[in-house]
Design a protein around this ligand. Structure first.
Ligand code: PEP
Length: 258
């Protein structure tokens, strides 16, 4: 069974609820009925409700950019898995490099959040990736091996099918620098081998591994053609309706060829 490609837009801390509605209204008419691939948009928490209302009767799924590992209680400023589910959120980005570097999220925290998401039937998009210094000191595989082994530890076998991994080289995020398709493919194949060690070859073959890092309409076709690249996690280009629509079209083309 080929893996269903996934194109996900991470809107980060951009767009008020009003602006987010404008953006989703520009996207949905173009791609809201396609069923060839999966599409997710992840607006800020404050726009989840209004964007979600505009996704009813569309095939576009709603994602969040973070979630608490705690179920409820005195955790000021946090948002739980149940709160997201209540807004019809289906996916959640976990361990984005911005959360790791600015908010101190460790692999152990990523693991707790991933387990909490799966427990409440949210599909986690777990981000891994090396910094420029790590790549230049030949630590890419060591770093990513650790992020996968710790971040995805102890996942019950029957929940693993809902896990999505995103390889996002930190040096490529928001910088305009993209990993070449060959560089990305090498790491994606490594990640799949790590997943096989954790959950067996069959589960690893079913897991989507997205690429993220300055993916744009002009480089997406080449990246998505690689055997182990199963879609994209897109930041900047996801904020421009025509670019995001073009990326979904690239995903559909790649899906037809895989
Ligand atoms: C991201 O932050 O997930 C990302 C890939 O950003 P950009 O596409 O802007 O590099």
């Amino acid at each position: 069974m080929p893996r269903t490609l996934l194109i996900a837009g991470n809107w980060k801390m951009n767009k008020t609820a009003t602006e987010a509605v404008e953006l989703i209204k520009a996207i949905v008419p173009a791609i809201g009925k396609q069923t060839d691939i999966n599409v997710v948009v992840a607006p800020p928490f404050t726009a989840l409700q209004s964007v979600g209302e505009n996704l009813v009767n569309s095939t576009v799924n709603l994602g969040a950019q973070n979630v608490s590992e705690k179920p409820h209680g005195a955790y000021t400023g946090e948002v739980s898995t149940a709160m997201l589910r209540d807004l019809h959120v289906t996916h959640v980005i976990i361990g984005h490099s911005e959360r790791r570097s600015y908010y101190g999220e460790t692999d152990a925290i990523v693991n707790k959040k991933t387990l909490a998401a799966l427990e409440n039937t949210l599909k986690p998009i777990v981000c891994v990736g090396e910094t420029l210094a790590e790549r230049e000191s030949a630590k890419t595989f060591e770093v990513i091996g650790q992020q996968i082994t710790v971040g995805l530890a102890n996942i019950p076998a029957n929940q693993f099918a809902n896990v999505i991994v995103a390889y996002e080289p930190v040096w490529a995020i928001g910088t305009g620098k993209t990993a070449t398709p060959a560089m990305a493919q090498e790491v994606h194949a490594f990640i799949r081998a790590q997943l096989a060690k954790l959950q067996g070859e069959a589960a690893a073959q079913k897991t989507r591994i997205l690429y993220g890092g300055s993916m744009k309409p002009d480089n997406a076709d080449a990246l998505l053609a690689e055997a182990d690249i199963d879609g994209g996690l897109i930041g900047g280009a996801a904020l421009v309706a025509k670019d995001f629509i073009a990326l979904v079209e690239s995903g559909k083309k790649a899906s037809a060829r895989k």
